[in-house]
Design a protein around this ligand. Sequence first.
Ligand code: CP3
Length: 342
Amino acid sequence: MMGRDRFLAAANLQPVDTTPVWFMRQAGRCLPEYRALRKQYSFMELAHTPELAVQATLMPVDRFGVDGAVLFADIMLPLEGMGVEFEIKPGVGPVIANPIRTMADVEALQVVGPEEGTPYVLEALTLLRHELGDRAAVLGFAGAPWTLACYLVDGRPSKEYPKTKAMMYGEPRLWHALMEKLTQVTELYVQGQAEAGADVVQLFDSWLGLVDSDSYRAHVLPYTARIFSALRQSVPTIHFSTGTTHLLAAIRDTRPNMVSVDWRIRIEDAWDILGDEIGIQGNLDPAMMFAPWSAIEAAASDILTQTRGRNGHIFNLGHGIHPETDPGKLLELTQFVHNFRS
Ligand code: CP3
């Protein structure tokens, strides 16, 4: 099988010849060729220029032979079209100029589609689909409303996102107005990505682990579910989060095709909760890449043994690659997964 077919078969819970694999943050600072490109251009210049975004996206596909190519972009980009001013500070992350705190702030957010807000993302996806052929699946992605709200309300990366939670707990009208707008923009954004060339869409809810399950069901889940529902007739979907072992049953109810789980839970235990109709992505600890190869191999082998004989597994790390990771080990891991015979 070619990488694209292998990836899509797994995402649709169909049989594969071998387990498909890709890595979150594969197109980034762990690659010397990416760091060289970043000497010439800022992150935003790369993301805004389709030819350069495609070049960065293809780097890990060429180097590792992964089955999925995640578009070089960022979850913050659609916020530009909404009129939000932000910066991506190296080593820090997204910082918002004027955090969202009042109904007037929410009302000022514009609901625009990607043709108007982020045309460069659509163009990059179309170029990428053309460039890749059947070598790898093209992954589009977006931030989930909760995680986008964390950045918008707290205004910068935080361990707890207390201002966001305060709004969710204490100002329900304001919270739902904000989540409604983020959901509308994200629905349009991911639908546009699927039309432009994305084969699969992953929704990143990176900070979801901070939420308890009752609050999740009441204040977050319905919005996430709407985004998956908007894609149901077009492309398979992946829900991503970390630290959410306590939320897996609720995440299942957002109805993605696959759920990405982190290293805190064994895949076989996650599958007991998620049920047979949902695939699983994961779940090696990215820090495992700093251990000797023998430990990496044992951990990867354990994952592949748990998923043996079951359709619907995509191998990945439980979260993004640490920038200091040795790319040689990522190549070895990719080949190990592809050659694994239990
Ligand atoms: O291979 C890929 O995954 C590349 C595409 C990609 C990027 N960001 C590129 C990027 C994807 C899928 C993202 C998603 C993203 N962005 C998430 C969700 C994934 C996750 O890790 O949970 C989040 C939370 C963000 C917000 C964001 N943008 C952060 C936290 C950072 C890192 C800040 C830092 O310097 O440590 C960014 C910047 C960013 N996005 C970089 C890359 C390659 C680094 C930019 C650089 O080269 O300086």
